[in-house]
Every structure is written in C-alpha cells, then in structure tokens.
Design a protein. Structure first.
Length: 172
C-alpha cells in the first residue's frame, strides 16, 4: 500500500468515524432531552448514567482510531526505509551487471568501488550461474541478474509481512 493510499484510507476512516460518532451523539442527546422532560428523578439519573457511558465509549473509540492511524504511519515509514534500502541494492547490483556487460576494466576505480560495495550482497550468488564472455572482455553476468531477482522476492516478502503486521485488525 503506498503512502498516498494510506493517507486516503486514514482520511476515510477519520471521516467515517466522525460521521458515526456525530450521529450517535446527536441521537443520544435528542433521546435524553425527550426523556428528561417526561421522567422523574430516578429515571433522570439512569439517563445521565447511560449518557456518561456512551460518551466514554465514543471517547475510547476516538482514542483507538487515533492510535491506529499513528501505527499505520509508523509502518508506512518503515516500509519507506525498506523500499529505499532495496532500491539501493537494485541500483548497485544493476550497476555491477552493466559494468560487467560492457567489459569495464577490473582495475578501474569505479569498478573496484562497485565490486567492493556489492561484494557482501553478491557473495551468495557469485558463480551460481555461468558468465558467458566474449574475447573483447564483454560478459553477461547471469548471477547478478539472479541476485536482483532474489532480492526483489525478498523485498516483496518483507513488504507483505509489514502490511500484515501493520494491518488494522477490525474495520469500522
């Protein structure tokens, strides 16, 4: 779920919550006013107790909705960080793949830098698949493409898990 969708969902929930709470409050107040005109002191005390209990429930409901929205914001921020981290991995592995594809010299500073940075995240995939090469030094690193694919799957799994954990347990 993107941040815009979360914001729209939060706004919808707040609006729906406000409408339901407002209708309930108006209904209870009207009923209390009507009943208060025609009842004695004992019934008036019962009505006051009911109104107090309903007001407490409405306040608890608003607090619960606010905490739910705050939780959704926290998980959205975590998802943004996870996205950034994986996009960085994709970019670095893609750059490694392109440098290998165009036959960049291994002694070049950029190639050494990219290889050094990507070494820990590429290590499990190194040599898994063949890397066909030409006599001119151009090579197709299928292992780098496999690494990108595996990281895409891991990324999707983590985002799905965060969506499940951060998902609202009840609907309004």
């Amino acid at each position: 779920m993107t941040d815009e969708k979360i914001a729209v969902d939060e706004a919808r929930r707040l609006h729906q919550h406000g409408v339901v709470t407002g209708e309930l409050e108006n209904s209870v107040h009207a009923e209390i006013r009507t009943s208060a005109r025609s009842v004695g002191d004992a019934d008036a005390a019962k009505i006051d107790a009911l109104a107090h209990r309903l007001r407490g429930k409405a306040i608890d409901n608003v607090a619960e909705t606010d905490s739910e929205i705050e939780r959704q914001r926290r998980y959205a921020r975590i998802r943004q960080f996870v996205d950034y981290l994986f996009y960085l991995i994709y970019g670095l592995l893609g750059l490694r793949f392109l440098l290998t594809l165009v036959g960049a010299r291994q002694s070049a500073g950029l190639v050494r830098l990219v290889d050094g940075i990507t070494a820990p995240i590429f290590a499990p995939f190194k040599g898994v698949l063949p890397t066909p090469a030409t006599d001119q030094g151009f090579a197709f690193s299928s292992s780098a493409l496999l690494a990108i694919l595996v990281y895409v799957l891991i990324h999707a799994s983590i985002k799905g898990l965060l969506r499940i954990i951060g998902r609202r347990s009840t609907e309004l």
